[in-house]
Design a protein around this ligand. Structure first.
Ligand code: ZN
Length: 381
């Protein structure tokens, strides 16, 4: 039985911060909070804030690696990089691509998830498209977009066995609402995005099982007072959650504040939407068969579209801290809400006795001091 004591931490619980406590980790899980148990192997985290590990449900790659053409070993490299950024679970995210690329990508995900890894857990797959609206394509390649004609179209999507499967779709495409119903019946998590859907179609998608929205406000019809569309609908529905790219570029920080005011921290998850260039600095990168330039943390493709971000969840957390968002709120937005979205919250997503010891300790400057994944030290500064 392996045990570890994290002592002198400010532990961010679901409803409050517990100052100067100890957290006992035993057999990969959180065994006690608050009790000092002498005799255990201890890590002194004085001055640090302990949060539940971040869960990124929308990420295309990092550290020079794109998940569409990554080997299992390269996925493990991304996992190791993410652990240094406080991420303990992630969903490799596919852009619309050829069937053979999907199949190879899913095989790599299955392989990576099954092997012993020191890094962030690969918990499943996120298909961004192919069932999305070409009028809101963003940087996605429209030649791979599809409409829905029947169950054969879902059968054609390879899925990793026993792992989370999520997709971003536009319910207004031909057969879109029926697609939501079919995916829901097969246990998929459905998120509305790359969309110009009307209120009627959005209501029908909600009734069919779509309860989340992808990179809210980006790649959707803009808010207009005479044409309420996806943004107005998402703001108005308390039973619909959304995720945001809090890099300060995809959304003006003022819009993040506004969104937080309207949806509250319960309604928002943070994502990175990072591309392979994340973690590599400015330059030109060959990604998705084109050149994507990164300059001052802004990405752009040849058409001038923003093409994902180069942030990590840690950067998003830091940006929101600078907007005076509390750690209790951030733990919800960066960990609990994504865990809930994926149905993983019984096992992770918050600092609670009995949950997996997926934890990140940040120092006073917001830098990662320690990341634990399943109770093992995955990164230590
Ligand atoms: Zn994306």
């Amino acid at each position: 039985m392996s045990s570890l004591l994290l002592k002198n931490v400010n532990a961010v619980l679901a409803d409050r911060e517990a100052q100067g406590v100890s957290v006992v980790v035993r057999d990969g899980k959180i065994a006690a909070i608050g009790d000092f148990e002498p005799g255990l192997e201890a890590i002194d985290l004085s001055g640090a804030t302990l949060l539940p590990g971040f869960i990124d449900v929308h990420i295309h790659g990092s550290a020079g690696i794109d998940v569409m053409d990554a080997t299992p070993e390269q996925l493990a490299e991304v996992s190791d990089f993410l652990a240094t950024q406080g991420v303990t679970g992630w969903l490799p995210t596919f852009v619309p691509a050829a069937d053979a690329d999907y199949a190879r990508g899913v095989a790599a995900i299955e392989n990576a998830a099954a092997r012993e890894s020191s890094g962030a857990r690969v918990v499943g797959v996120h298909y961004e498209g192919p069932f999305v609206n070409s009028a809101q394509c963003g940087a996605l390649h429209t030649e791979f977009f599809k409409t829905y004609a029947g169950v054969g179209d879902v059968d054609a999507l390879p899925v990793p066995a026993d792992l989370v499967r999520m997709t971003t779709l536009a319910p207004e495409i031909d057969g879109g609402v029926e697609l939501v119903r079919e995916l829901k019946s097969r246990g998929w998590i459905i998120s509305i995005g790359h969309t110009r859907a009307s209120l009627d179609v959005l209501d029908a998608a909600l009734a069919a099982g779509a309860r989340h929205m992808t990179h809210f406000m980006n790649a959707m019809a803009p808010l207009h007072h005479r044409a309420p569309g996806p943004i107005a609908w998402g703001l108005a529905h308390d039973d619909v959650t959304c995720d945001v790219i809090a890099d300060g570029i995809h959304l003006d920080p003022f819009m993040l504040r506004l969104l937080l005011k309207v949806k509250g921290e319960r309604g928002i998850s943070l994502i990175s939407d990072a591309i392979a260039a994340a973690g590599s600095g400015d330059g030109d990168y060959q990604i998705w068969g084109e050149t994507i330039s990164v300059k001052g943390r802004r990405t752009s493709n040849a058409a001038g579209s923003i093409a994902g971000s180069v942030i990590t969840m840690l950067d998003a957390v830091r940006l929101l801290r600078s907007l005076d968002v509390s750690y209790v709120q951030l733990a919800q937005m960066a960990s609990l809400n994504p865990a809930r979205l994926l149905g993983l919250n019984p096992e992770c997503g918050s600092i609670e006795i009995g949950k997996r010891a997926d934890l990140v300790a940040l120092d006073e400057n917001g830098k990662v001091k320690l990341t634990l994944i399943g109770g093992n030290v995955a990164s230590r500064a």
